[in-house]
Unconditional design. Sequence first.
Length: 591
Amino acid sequence: MITDKLAAAVRDTLEALCMDGSLSLNNPTATPISIEIPGRPDHGDYACNVSLVIAREAGMPPRTVAALIQARLAANSDLFESVTIAGPGFLNMVLNRVWMRDLLLEISVAGQEYGRSRQYAGERILIEFVSANPTGPISVVNGRAAAVGDVLANLLQFAGAAVAREFYVNDALNSTQLERFALSVRARYLQELGRPLLIPPADGSADSVLEAGASGNRDGEPILFPADGYRGEYVRDIAREVAITAGRAWETAPEDEALQFFRAATLERLVASQRAALLAFGVEFDVWFYESELYASGAVDSVINQLKERGCTYELDSALWIRSSEYGDEKDRVLIRSNDKPTYVAADIAYHHNKFQRGFNHLLDIWGADHHGYVQRLTAGVTALGYNREDLEIILHQMVCLLRNGEAVMGGKRDGVVIELETDLINVIGRDAARFYFLLASHDTPATVDVDLAQRESTENPVYYVQYAHARLCNILEKAAAAGILPPTAEDVDPEQLCERSERDLARILAQFPQVCQVATEMREPHRLTRFCIDLASALNTFYEHCRVLPGPGNPQDVDLTRARLALVDGARIVLANALTLLGVTAPARM
């Protein structure tokens, strides 16, 4: 990265100045060196404030220190065209044009690998995300978790880590949510067979509604729909499927047998639909881990026994508690209720123990913000088992607001209005737009998806703006090839041809890509990639305004200049395609 090269040049200068006695620093190699982009183009390509940082230790005014550094840096003709001092001691750097040729060569040689690093080499990371309850379809909120998790996985892999994606299916036998859902489907199933259905009001504020059976029948004893049941249209769809495949086999079955059947039938169908929706979104999981496997294998009991043996539990009021307050939680938590049933905490600790046992050395969970209360208790439980709390990382993402005609679309699984990722978003604006919009803002702030804007083919629509920029780059290269003008190999580019400000600004953004990837990975902020794509598209537009790439009728142009600009265009194409690929967004050659 160019910023690394500049920082290394500054650090080498500090060491040289200390060796010849010009500066006195305790440890110049450990001096923090920040390389930034100036706010004003006329201040140069990059700026460094190291003179202000070390002035007190050096016992000199910052500008005096800056003058010492400037003299040494300016002599480095391989990097700098000029180094000037500004304000209280900032070093403003203008790079030698040769660096642009070297940059384009680096991009050309690396191709799809440009920006890749070995930063996380040797790490085995398990990312668990989405993990929506199997009581409804994948919603747009789940979609945001899917986008964040999938792109973080891409970034970590791009940085050298071995990454696995995992979906946790909450199908425990003691799940009251699954039981309510199974009862809801069973009631609709009986309605499909012709029985009338009595539906109590969701909020208790109105009269119950009697719905006719599938044949229009309203006579006879109606089936009572669960008061706290699931009311979405998707419940009817599943019931209709069961009625078609099972016929009347479960019409008069005993309650416990029917409940067991409908739990299994609804789980199978919902997991299949969730998997299909996520595949349509471009997200494929390596593992679908079922919570029931933890109980069937005895893993929950085993972890509880381990916590007992480590002295991390106690009994109170006929329940078993974990001393989670001793491991960073705000209070102790129940592991086994007084009815001898394990809590969700026990299962979650067992699940994360299982992850570590599979050989992963870092666990990354992505949860909705409504789960913030579970962070401390899970971290405490994992720590109580003897794991390093730093090896469990939990990211909370905020909600999603969908706008149609300028108004927010509201929904909720229980009240029957589910804003589905696939049918309500992907099928309307497309996968690329959905992923891009979910990642426009940081995951810790609410996301807004304007459906009308996302369908618009204009520069106001950020995903169209970026994809069009890539298609335009491809079009320029295609036209050049058709005219017999091929870009030179990057090493043959004459750097003296690229002297326009917009060319330098474009090259500087291309040079930032590895650093953007590094910071986005370290900070767990994939939205930095979308911002990079928008900034690159903007720099390309400025470049086109000031620089003609191809000669046209009545507009002859020096061949060396044309070929140099084509090399810059090709470098931009590679970098933009790499960024879009990490985002899981298509880089179209035509639009």
